[in-house]
Write a protein that binds this ligand. Structure first.
Ligand code: ADP
Ligand code: MG
Length: 726
């Protein structure tokens, strides 16, 4: 029996335990945050002055006094022991885009041959995992193994329960001995700080001195696929590359449109509820669940939080989704394009800025004063995206996302902004600098006459836009399903910080020279819009015309693939920007460029080898078997004096296809064997132009054979099975 047939049989016979949570007994509300060393636990367990000092660090970004660490560690230890923890770990986010952890036990031998449980402030604050095996992009040679993790008190510690034990997890940043960031959290924190600084300058001009800090907020919507684990294990490509490298389009794809928001299959719903329960216990505010557009595709979305916490919680969400799936006989796929020809998975990054008092700076509000402030922040964001579209593009560049972006279902690689008709109209009026307009029945002069009231949902949605205003936030939709949101948000925060800096400086200048705030704004915003409006686009982002207009008329960059996008990281203007705002050093940028090139090279190389392996050891043997059977039938028919007819045609057809597969395979192997010696970036270009194309050719032949070879012999689980058996 082929592995595919045994997978199908296993699925048919499987009995899944779907009732794992006694939802009538447990009270989710009471469980929320139960495993988190959160504010209420801190208040309860820390001496008052220590609690207050810690809260000042968390809420206002004040530096943490080293003396308080011991006290916090001791309270954490007591709490963790009560929860059954035996170990602690510093959790960090190396440049692999995943999380990493190294566990240490609380147990220390005592003098009398017994053991005591210990956890010191030093252990809380600093860890020293061997950093040599994490990508550093040349910042550190392997022999310079020192890397440090440092406690991030702004993201609360929590407890993860595993079979046979529980671990206290401490979110940390990860640095090299020389102080360079080796992770995704450090630059994100820096970008949040710099944005806060410049956003506050503008708030002050509006007379708001109460706010102490501005946080960027993020609500990431995660799309993912679930396939039966039996299929997953029977496909080397899914197992090792996260996507199918071969596989014919199914007779039924997503054209019936019967999946989106459809009834969630029972097994999937049970799985979702299990994941959500675990996430609630960890204080992750997941909110929404539904079927997505593609068959077998789903979405989970949390309530937004500050970017740092949202990023940590997003990593945790992926981890829980991934790890829980096997309990339900499922495999969870985050890959940007697991199935060719079927919608891929993104991670819509809903983003805004909010004061520590909870005022959303991108909320249009109802009064003219609020509107003016909103317009200033909104125009600053538009300016940032218009000025640095390539930087935003490069934050979502990966071998995997290349299959999704611009694939007529996901946003194109051209970065543009959708504002919605109403806001678009306001920007047009604003740009003309004409203070009076009667379009909405009132005149428009910022801060004085009544601005058109902006309802929360100003206009329709536009799914084709990579960067869309959605009522009171922007949604960056090009982020890939498997990506950490750390990188995209770091860049977004930095480019907006630069813009806010510019706006604040200009407004301060005008005001310094005697203009009032209103006049200063009335002067500045039209000026910005004149140069930035090229990035505003409300039409169909998928259309040919837009691609032409964007590139030819508007001069917007269209970096189609990762090899085109990556060099932006080390361009002079990028280095200037990030070093000016101290988010990345030049060396850190260089290292990130290197790591991303390397990721691309590794990904495509692994995929290409998998294609060769699967074609040779799975597809060709099946073809040979069937071919042998058909050939012997033809021989027997001829021997019996019967005209082989259809069987003869089948034999010829099979032979032609098999030869085609064989030839394309030889071509691919040749391409793999002839990777040029050059820079890593040269290699990415070569792999894109020669290896990926050769892989496609093999796939074309193999997929055609899938439609001819007897079903009994076909070894790989097919699209029609993987996508529709839930
Ligand atoms: P949809 O985009 O499907 O209409 P919502 O508007 O409710 O759904 O929000 C989608 C995501 O955007 C959610 O994760 C939500 O928490 C998040 N979100 C809402 N407001 C903000 C904000 N001010 N900043 C960041 N994210 C936000
Ligand atoms: Mg949305």
């Amino acid at each position: 029996m082929s592995i595919r047939k045994s997978a199908l049989q296993a699925i048919a016979n499987a009995q899944h335990d779907l009732n794992r949570i006694d939802y009538k007994k447990i009270r989710l509300k009471d469980l929320f945050g139960d495993h988190v060393f959160n504010e209420s636990v801190q208040r309860e367990r820390l001496p008052k002055p220590i609690f207050k000092a810690l809260q000042r660090t968390i809420k206002n970004g004040e530096a943490l006094h080293p003396d308080i660490a011991d006290s916090v560690a001791s309270a954490m230890l007591d709490w963790a022991l009560e929860k059954g923890a035996t170990h602690y770990t510093h959790l960090f986010q190396p440049m692999t885009g995943l999380t990493a952890e190294k566990h240490d036990s609380f147990i220390n031998p005592s003098n009398e041959g017994k053991a005591i449980m210990e956890f010191s402030g030093k252990e809380l604050v600093k860890g020293e995992p061997d950093a040599s095996s994490f990508p550093s992009g040349g910042i550190r040679a392997t022999f310079e193994a020192r890397g440090y993790t440092a406690w991030d008190p702004t993201s609360p510690a929590f407890i993860i329960e595993n079979p046979n034990g529980a671990t206290l997890v401490i979110p940390t940043v990860f640095l090299s001995w020389t102080g360079e960031a080796l992770d995704k959290k450090t630059p994100l924190l820096k970008s949040m700080e710099i944005l806060s600084h410049h956003a506050l300058r503008i708030l002050k001009l509006f007379g708001n001195t109460a706010a102490q800090k501005v946080f960027t907020t993020v609500g990431p919507e995660q799309e993912y696929f679930l396939v039966d684990q039996n299929f997953y294990l029977a496909r080397p490509d899914l197992l090792n590359a996260g996507r199918t490298l071969l596989g014919a389009a199914p007779p039924k794809g997503q054209e019936m449109e019967d999946q989106y928001f459809g009834t969630i299959p029972e097994r999937v719903l049970a799985y979702m509820a299990d994941c959500e329960t675990q996430l609630y216990v960890l204080g992750v505010p997941v909110k929404t669940r539904h079927n997505e557009v593609a068959p077998g595709q789903y979405e989970i979305a949390p309530i937004f939080e500050n970017s740092n916490l949202a990023t940590d919680h997003q990593m945790l969400t992926m981890e829980i989704l991934r790890k829980t799936a096997p309990r339900y006989g499922l495999a969870c796929l985050f890959h940007e394009k697991p199935f060719a020809g079927i919608n891929g998975s993104g991670k819509h990054n809903n983003w805004s800025m909010s004061t520590d008092l909870g005022e959303n700076l991108l909320n249009p509000g109802d009064t003219p004063h609020e509107n003016a402030q909103f317009l200033v922040y909104c125009v600053a964001v538009i300016r940032a995206v218009a000025k640095y579209p390539e930087l935003l593009r490069v934050t979502v560049a990966s071998a995997a996302n290349d299959h999704r972006l611009g694939a007529n279902e996901a946003p194109p690689a051209i970065i543009s902004i959708f504002l919605g008709t109403q806001l678009e109209d306001i920007m047009e009026q604003l740009e003309k600098g004409a203070p009076t307009s009667t379009k909405h029945g009132g005149t428009m002069e910022i801060g004085v006459t009544v601005l058109p009231k902006l309802p929360k949902d100003a206009g329709d949605r536009n799914r084709t836009s990579p960067f869309a205003f959605t009522g009171n936030k922007f949604e960056f939709r090009a982020v890939g399903g498997s990506q950490s949101i750390g990188g995209p948000n770091t860049v977004l925060n930095t480019i907006v910080a630069e813009s806010l800096d510019y706006v604040a400086t200009e407004l301060e200048k005008h005001i310094g020279s005697g203009k009032d705030l209103k006049a200063a704004i009335q002067h500045l915003l039209p000026e910005i819009l004149k140069t930035s409006k090229k990035v505003l686009f409300g039409g169909d982002g998928y259309s040919e015309e837009w691609h032409k207009e964007a590139v030819e008329k508007r001069g917007l960059p269209n970096l189609r693939t990762t090899p085109e996008a990556l060099p932006v990281i080390i361009r002079k203007d990028s280095i200037e920007l990030f070093t000016k705002y101290k988010v990345y050093t030049a060396r850190e940028l260089e290292s990130r460029f290197h790591i991303l090139c390397e990721n691309y090279v590794k990904t495509v190389s692994i995929e290409s080898k998998l294609v060769v392996l699967m074609a040779k050891t799975m597809v060709l043997p099946a073809v040979t078997k069937y071919l042998g059977e058909v050939a012997s039938t033809v021989v027997s028919m001829k021997a019996a004096g019967v005209e082989p007819g259809a069987m003869g045609d089948t034999l010829n057809h099979l032979t032609t296809l098999a030869n085609g597969l064989y030839k394309s395979l030889a071509h691919l192997e040749h391409a793999i064997a002839h990777v040029p010696h050059g820079t890593l970036h040269d290699e990415t270009v070569y792999l894109r132009d020669h290896v990926l194309t050769a892989m496609k050719e093999v796939r074309k032949n193999s997929d055609e054979l899938e439609g001819v070879v007897a079903d009994d012999y076909w070894p790989l689980p097919t699209y029609r099975e993987m996508l529709f058996i839930r």
